[in-house]
Design a protein around this ligand. Structure first.
Ligand code: GLU
Length: 507
């Protein structure tokens, strides 16, 4: 019988969520929505030594920003809670006991110093069938001695008893069937009496089982744990309902080999986190996509394409289109190079898809850092961003491109002056002022027709006159179509700027 699809994103709150983790969350979400299943957010905080304050809130905020909806979780509730592992101690204790009672796990008292000594003594030491007899554990000590040590309060761990030389089969939707010999696995620690908490492996398996997870979709770095997890499912007697594994390809450095890291971002100047992160311990700031000016839709689209495509060249997908098209069949096994320039391209495309009024609203906070926004109407700001939209990758870029719409130039680009300002320029521009005064409307097409007609009739140099005109209005010989600019500025402002230019520019 087909199981209902239930997937989980299971981050450990040990710091800011890395962009690779965000992609894992996104693929889980796409798969859940496509199959009308449930998306669970489980907080895996059993490693108290690595807990970082603020990390859980950061995860929630990042997922919400990107539109990755959660059906069951700490905030959302659900029938399978609690969804935070540190609140599930009682549950794990029971399952640790079950393995101990069934002889599938054992208690070990070896101190860190003792383990260190063994590692020094035996090359490539591994705690397993070949060595466990030499160690201090419930297999090598008498039952009385074990009880005495526990009663004396000695710290212990519970280790998984792995039978050597067994073929363990891991079925992975992306990687296919992988066979691993159990002898390479060590007797992993499942529980530590010191903090009365399970390790990741036990908690993860127990929760996936109890939460009826159908597919475990996670980063490739967890692939080495998969055989151990298969053996744990068997040991618990849950092999029949073991979830389907899906290990996603790694995100690779933009250049060279290896996994994308925070350092690559620092080195090459791009964020590797969804949101800004202030490290509570060091006070360091790591930049986020949101604060760097990315639109969440662009980030989701960009991430979705890192390791997946729909089998065609199509690159722009809305979230709904991603949900419809997503499939593990088209996920690559190979790692995906993190192409940051492509990220900018996606953002540009999403800016182009915004309507001008939406873009203006996003731009207003940026504009407010430079000028008093209340002097301008929304219509004016909307028209200004509409004219430069195709030139920007980020909302914040719009300031540099629209500045002259809000502040009249007082300085004029020297190179442009040298090239375009001739002796007769002031006189010609004075004539232009008269031509503009005579216009009954400033609409772009009309002004263009009249002004160009006047230039031709007088046989003036088209390039020089138009560029000098632009120089006085914009401050440099760049920007959108000249008559679109003057339409928005209006007749009086345009003329005032030409006059100021004539008065200021000298050669
Ligand atoms: N807590 C693990 C992590 O932080 C979860 C891995 C998994 O999805 O099983 O990546």
């Amino acid at each position: 019988m087909e199981r209902p699809v239930r997937v989980r994103f299971a981050p450990s709150p040990t710091g800011p969520l890395h962009i690779g983790g965000v992609r894992t969350a996104l693929y889980n979400y796409l798969f859940a929505r496509q199959n009308h299943g449930a998306m669970i957010l489980r907080i895996e905080d059993t490693d108290s030594t690595r807990f970082v304050p603020g990390a859980e809130e950061y995860i929630n905020e990042a997922l919400a920003w990107l539109g990755i909806g959660i059906d069951e979780g700490v905030a959302e509730g659900g029938n399978f809670g609690p969804y935070k592992q540190s609140e599930r101690r009682d549950i794990y204790r029971q399952y640790v006991k079950q393995l101990l009672d069934a002889g599938r796990a054992y208690i070990a008292f070896d101190t860190p110093a003792e383990l260190e000594a063994k590692r020094a003594e035996i090359k490539n030491f591994q705690y397993d069938a070949s060595t466990r007899g030499m160690m201090r554990n419930s297999l090598s000590l008498s039952a009385d001695e074990v009880q005495r040590l526990i009663d004396a309060g000695e710290k212990y761990v519970v280790r998984f008893l792995i039978e050597p030389d067994r073929d363990v089969i891991v079925n992975d939707l992306i990687r296919g069937r992988v066979t691993i010999n159990s002898s390479i696995l060590d007797d992993k620690v499942l529980y530590k009496s010191a903090d009365d908490l399970p390790t990741y492996h036990l908690a993860n398996i127990v929760d996936d089982h109890l939460m009826e997870v159908s597919h475990v979709i996670r980063g490739e770095e967890w692939l080495p744990s998969a055989p151990l997890h298969v053996l744990l499912y068997e040991a618990f007697g849950w092999a029949d309902t073991m979830p389907q594994f899906v290990h996603l390809p790694l995100l690779l450095k933009p250049d060279g080999k290896g996994k994308l890291s925070k350092r690559d971002g620092d080195r090459l100047g791009f964020p590797v986190f969804p949101l800004d992160w202030h490290d509570p311990a060091t006070g360091d700031l790591s930049r986020g996509y949101r604060e760097a000016g990315y639109l969440p839709e662009a980030v989701s689209n960009f991430l979705a394409l890192l390791g997946w495509n729909d089998g065609t060249d199509k690159e722009l997908f809305s979230m709904d289109e991603l949900i419809a098209a997503f499939s593990f069949d088209h996920c690559s096994k190979k790692g995906a190079k993190f192409d940051y320039e492509k990220g900018k391209w996606f953002n540009h495309e999403y800016i182009m898809r915004l309507d001008d009024a939406e873009l203006a609203q996003l731009f207003k906070p940026v504009l407010a850092q430079h000028i008093d926004v209340s002097q301008f109407t929304d219509e004016y700001i909307t028209a200004a961003v509409g004219l430069i939209k195709s030139r920007i990758n980020f909302v914040s870029d719009a300031w540099e491109h629209t500045r002259f719409f809000f502040v009249a130039p007082t300085e004029f680009n020297e190179k442009d002056v040298k090239k375009r300002w001739k002796e007769d320029t002031p006189a010609i521009l004075r004539e232009l002022i008269d031509v503009l005064r005579g216009l009954d409307d400033m609409t772009s097409a009309h002004a263009e027709e009249v002004v160009l007609g006047w230039i031709k009739a007088n046989e003036y140099h088209m390039g020089n006159v138009m560029n000098a005109f632009r120089l006085t209005v914009v401050g440099e010989c760049k920007g959108p179509h000249m008559f679109d600019i003057t339409q928005l500025l209006g007749k009086d402002e345009t003329i005032a700027r030409i006059e100021r230019g004539i008065a200021t520019i000298t050669i």
